[in-house]
Design a protein. Structure first.
Lengths: 237, 732
């Protein structure tokens, strides 16, 4: 009897380990599970919080000199860790500012329009689309400004929630921005946005802009409610 | 009743997990959203999910034993398990709308010699409605009916008001003050009179319950109750209340000593989801309350869909006119080349290529979505694959989602819109505005088809757990083992499928509850069906097709379910853009032997005419009118709410010409439907879901045949309403 019970338990245990198996296509999809990176770990949670934040990537002069293609370093402020993203494409459309899609070939992407983060993919709670026209204009001229920001944010399923914020962009001052071994003369802009239901949402973005070209060399930007803030460092444009 | 077996809903959820085992351990290690959020910009602020009130011993918003005037956040799904004085209450509460909530409760009272049971067990339903949302001046006010349709041991009504004070003076945290007036059970101690008069009949254990006790509501003595809740920090809170419940029945049965009207407790917020509390009640009893609160709007793990490749852009027509030539159409091998290029690209996205038809300026692709819970995501990915490989002259993309051989709908997207709107500030709305969603032809004539699709054979082995609820001797019985499934699809629309279960452990068959039915025992013989270890759950052949415009048809024959076999035919009318669908289903079935492949003598013609309607905010209603398995005639009303992420919570009831006496306990058939998608736990796209139906009691009246592959659910996901609900997925 005991033996019988043991066998039953063992068989059950085996069944649980095997879990469901079969050859139906919807049982598993390895393509979708290969996504893995530091930014994605935000959504996964767990580990980083318990063990403390993972350190940011430290790019060396040699590494940067050997990199011949555009590259963007993204540091995850909330969870720690970094990703270095390749440029997938650059596009012009009917809206002001040129869009750079960072994250070519990977499972996650950032859409950066004129230096401003206007979309994310594959992170969880993604920014589906955003209107940041007034911010983009201010940054292009490295000057202060104000206006409305409109986000459409994934609700964590396949729906979107609209978030309207009212933003002020102020000039903090001039400073030198260091990217690995290279120094850039930049203007520091700070954007403060308030909005949402009962003005519950407040975000602060910072940009270090090269006034000559309007290139945002370094920034700290809100990447959605689940991700918090990302630091974007343009290693090579 | 032991705590471990006490929670029927936990078991239901456990069953859900068991179906997705292998992932079960993962979600407990995941962080919660709150911790990720930056102050002031976290998900609750952005998605506008208000703070949740704490729960009382009845598993709804409240103090300790008394209710409060608050409502839970919209969509909140909570499980409360409380124990004190020999009573264990397990409650499931669903906040169906911002103001209306419903609860289902299973109670065990130890050694209460009520109605001759050693442990008295009962099921009860509550509803409550928020009359006034809390404002700066006015409190939140809720009116509630407790145990309004059962045998009535908890029957009571109340009106309660709660005001929140935060950041007032030097007191840290939040203080909530509640006052209310109760009737029935909640008016049994400290009555101030009978404001609405009337006599309230005493609790009657011999009644079979199930009928609305409208004659009792707000009748008899009323008594005030009050309490204070102080949430000191994020983690700790304390509560004190003055109860208006005399616990007459329990005191009379000697299960409880009531020395005081005051209750006190302390609660600890263990995680975002779980809160536990310890209490001292009625001057004599220690109590425990475990509160689990989930919101379908907040996944345990946020869904991450791997980023798609950016939409490929065509070369400019002016700069490269040669690329725009239509000469390729003249080459007979062109469609095959395009189809061969498309197939692996779709496969890489977890999609299956079915057919392609191209002309110089348009292309129609038919495909199957085996991966994405929202059809819109699949459509977005098919359109990107098309943009990658179609010659530049192809401007119109028609994308047809196929499900079980049925063409759900045709989504028409202009390629230039796709190219122009990917990074538009309002990408989803802008694309939807220029997208056509229309009827798809049953077949695509002269198309290049995927020759690998048929014949198709699929098999599976998986563990299963099958619970049986509410046997008075053993409230939860469980069978578990392995299920083996095999499906053969020889041609489009044809399915030959079977499922065998082999039980490895279980006690469902041990029940002594044999059928005492006064009508044909079509469902109450479940115990006898549980007698054999190996059983053929179903084995059938079915054919489904689109006979014409907006219509879908199905014919199925074989062992349709564990208890019945026979033939079934269904016709569904569901225009792509319509919220309304109509269907008819006719079946002739015979009752199967308790074991083996034979049939018993009982046979019945059963069938229904059905109307389905999609309301706003994910609410869906269904009305089925017809003849049920026991030959009784009547109707079933089902109302269900579906959330974007695939959670579905609903309820149903059936009224037939079987009298409540003949029906037996419960008077009529009713129950709760709960569907939890696997992706809510895992955060990866998957179409897998687990559905649980919980009936307070399974009788023979109003029992409907269970036919595999009913049409409505197969068709709906590709129609306009479902597509629009999840349209932003097209860019994900």
């Amino acid at each position: 009897m005991i033996r019988m019970k043991y066998l039953t338990a063992a068989a059950m245990g085996l069944a649980l380990v095997l879990s469901a198996c079969g050859n139906q296509p919807d049982q598993s999809n390895t393509v979708l599970k290969t996504a893995g990176s530091q930014l994605a770990s935000i959504a996964k949670g767990g580990g980083a919080r318990r063990k403390g934040k993972a350190p940011y990537a430290q790019v060396t002069q040699k590494q940067l000199e050997n990199t011949k293609v555009p590259a963007l370093q993204v540091n995850n402020e909330t969870r720690g860790g970094s990703d270095i993203l390749r440029l997938a494409t650059r596009r012009n459309d009917s809206n002001p500012g040129r869009v750079a899609v960072w994250g070519g070939g990977g499972a996650l992407q950032l859409f950066v329009r004129g230096g401003v983060l206007v979309g994310t993919r594959g992170i969880g709670g993604d920014i589906i689309s955003a209107d940041a026209t007034s911010t983009i204009r201010a940054i292009a001229g490295a000057r202060s400004g104000n206006g409305e920001r409109r986000y459409f944010i994934s609700d964590g399923a396949y729906g979107q929630v609209e978030l309207v914020l009212s933003c002020d962009i102020e000039t903090v001052g001039r400073s030198t921005t260091q990217v690995v071994h290279l120094s850039y003369a930049t203007t520091h802009l700070r954007e403060t946005c308030i909005g949402g239901a009962n003005d519950n949402v407040r975000i602060v973005n910072e940009y270090w802009v090269q006034p000559s070209s309007g290139i945002v060399r370094r920034s700290r930007q809100w990447a959605g409610p689940l991700s918090g803030y990302f630091e974007l460092i343009l290693l090579r444009n | 009743m032991s705590q471990a077996k006490g929670s029927i809903v936990q078991q239901a959820i456990w069953k859900t997990q068991a179906k997705t085992l292998g992932f079960g351990l993962a979600f407990s290690a995941f962080g919660t959203f709150g911790a990720l959020a930056q102050q002031g910009s976290g998900p609750d602020q952005v998605f506008n999910i208000p703070d949740r009130p704490t729960l009382n011993f009845y598993g709804s918003a409240g103090l300790i034993d008394m209710p409060s005037g608050e409502a839970l956040p919209d969509g909140q799904f909570v499980i409360g398990v409380s124990n004190f004085g020999g009573s264990t209450r397990t409650t499931v509460t669903f906040q169906a709308t911002p103001r209306l909530s419903a609860s289902f409760r299973y109670t065990g009272i130890k050694e209460a010699n009520i109605a001759g049971f050693e442990t008295y067990r009962d099921r009860s339903f509550d509803i409550r409605y928020l009359i006034n949302k809390e404002s700066r001046v006015l409190p939140a006010v809720t009116i509630g009916l407790q145990d309004f349709a059962g045998t009535g041991i908890y029957a009571g009504e109340y009106i309660a008001a709660t005001k929140t004070f935060a950041g007032a003076g030097r007191i840290p945290g939040t203080v909530k003050v509640t006052a209310g007036l109760g009737w029935g059970r909640l008016g049994s101690s400290g009555s101030i009179g009978t404001p609405f008069g009337g006599n309230r009949p005493a609790f009657d254990t011999s009644s079979s319950g199930g009928e609305l006790s409208t004659d009792q509501w707000f009748r008899g003595p009323a008594a005030p109750f009050a309490g204070v809740e102080w949430q000191i920090s994020d983690k700790w809170g304390v509560k004190a209340e003055y109860s208006s419940d005399a616990y007459d029945t329990e005191v009379r049965q000697g299960v409880l000593t009531r020395k005081s009207r005051f209750n006190f407790g302390a609660e600890y917020q263990y995680s975002d989801t779980v809160r536990v509390g310890g209490y001292y009640l009625y001057g004599s009893e220690l109590g425990l309350n475990v509160q689990i609160q989930l919101n379908p709007k907040r996944s345990l793990t946020p869904l991450r869909t791997p980023a798609p490749d950016p939409v490929a852009q065509r070369p400019s027509r002016n700069a490269n006119p040669d690329a725009w030539t239509t000469a390729w159409v003249g080459k007979p091998e062109a469609p095959t080349i395009l189809a061969d290029a498309l197939k692996p690209r779709l496969a890489k996205q977890g999609l299956e290529f079915v057919a392609l038809k191209v002309t110089a300026n348009s292309a129609e692709v038919r495909y199957r979505n085996n991966t994405y819970p929202a059809t819109s995501v699949a459509i977005g990915r098919v359109s990107r694959a098309m943009a990658q490989i179609m010659p530049p002259s192809v401007e119109t993309f028609r994308i047809v989602t196929m499900s079980g051989g049925l063409a759900q709908s045709a989504v028409t997207i202009r390629r230039s819109d796709l190219e122009a709107l990917e990074f538009d500030p309002q990408a989803a709305d802008a694309l939807l505005a220029v997208t056509g969603i229309s009827e798809a032809a049953p077949r695509l004539e002269n198309a290049t088809i995927n020759q690998d699709l048929y014949p198709d054979f699929a098999w599976s082995v998986a563990p299963y757990v099958k619970p049986s609820y509410f046997d008075p001797d053993e409230p939860l019985r469980l069978d578990g083992g392995l299920k083996f499934g095999a499906t053969f699809k020889p041609a489009p629309g044809w399915t030959i499928s079977g499922k065998v279960t082999h039980r490895l452990f279980g006690n469902v068959g041990d029940s002594l509850r044999v059928s005492d039915s006064l009508i044909e025992p079509v469902r109450t013989n479940a115990v006898r069906y549980a007698g054999s270890d190996t059983a053929l759950d179903n084995l059938y052949v079915s054919k489904q097709w689109k006979p014409g415009q907006n219509t879908y048809a199905r014919v199925t024959a074989g062992y349709l379910e564990r208890m019945f076999g026979g033939v079934s035919a269904e016709l569904l009318w569901k225009p792509v853009g319509s919220r309304l669908a109509l269907g008819v289903e006719g079946n002739y079935v015979k009752q199967r032997d308790f074991s083996g492949l034979g049939f018993q003598d009982y046979g019945v013609a059963t069938g229904h005419a059905s109307a389905y309607y999609e309301f706003n905010n994910g609410f869906r209603g269904q009305l089925d009118v017809g003849r049920y398995l026991a030959g009784d005639v009547g109707a079933t009303v089902t109302l269900e709410r579906e959330f974007n992420n695939g959670w579905r919570v609903g309820g149903f009831f059936t009224v037939t010409d079987v009298s409540s006496e003949d029906f037996g306990e419960g008077s009529f058939d009713k129950g709760i439907l709960l569907t939890v998608p696997q992706r809510w736990f895992l955060g990866t796209p998957s179409k897998q879901t687990s559905t649980t139906t919980i009936r307070p009691v399974q009788r023979d009246g109003g029992a409907r045949l269970s036919v595999p592959g009913r049409l409505y659910e197969q068709v709906r996901s590709g129609h306009r309403n479902a597509l629009e609900q999840n349209w932003s997925g097209v860019w994900e």
